[in-house]
Design a protein around this ligand. Sequence first.
Ligand code: NAP
Length: 256
Amino acid sequence: MYDESTTSLRVAIVTGAARGIGAAIARRLASDGAAVALLDLDADGCEKVAAEIRGSGGRAWAGSVDVTDSGRVEAAVEAVVTELGPPTVLVNNAGITRDNLLFKMTEDEWDAVMDVHLKGAFLMSRTVQRHMTAQGYGRIVNISSISALGNRGQANYASAKAGIQAFTKTLALELGKFGVTVNSVAPGFVVTEMTAATAERLGLTFEDYQNKAAEQAAVRRVGRPEDIAHAVAFLAAEDSSYISGQVLYVAGGPVN
Ligand code: NAP
């Protein structure tokens, strides 16, 4: 339970933290000294990662949330405040894909992606900013994607990820005077279950899909969740107080 004597401790919330990039971000922020709340639809997955963090001497708590549901978002953030203290870092990472070419894309596929990425980031940020502005300090990092620049078969996802960038810049303008910075990390290809599922949909082995992605990257390799966690940790650090409203592409090369 939260103890007043730990108020100087940074408390980070990571959504979509049960696996993939979110789990790597949670591990990294914990190793950088934050008490980390791992939230996801999959609370058991979060608990596994949290237990691993605690096993290596870090502080972590796992909870469940559906970021599209305002009631569950409020309850989850309240639980974090009770368990770890008021949040100072929020990483909006939860995400889904529902890829389809425009002429086949259903309204449900469009809505589901908009809801998780955009409404999810909105609900989480609106709830958490209260605690940050009250403390006069905060770091929000939103996970966008290179798909924000346009990607065939992802009209929904690309629009949501571009929206995340506009959301980031707007929050940076609104929250800066309260000591809260807001930035975005836009990953390129990262090896996770999300990209494994895309390979399957495209009829490729995951290995072939990764090889193709590596060939296209300037650094000739694919990204790992830890590469994204490193960029998030940089933007979430106290010393990054003069960086706000930025989009950092982490894609193994320039993007256009
Ligand atoms: P992932 O392995 O599929 O993990 C995403 C996590 O988000 C899952 O644990 C998922 O839970 C959770 N989630 C989905 N909907 C949720 C909701 N409504 N509320 C709470 N949690 C929810 O994906 P990833 O590759 O790590 O991606 C993480 C983020 O990076 C996403 O925003 C993604 O768009 C972005 N990104 C990824 C790549 C890449 O190459 N992998 C590239 C650019 C950007 P369930 O499994 O229970 O659904």
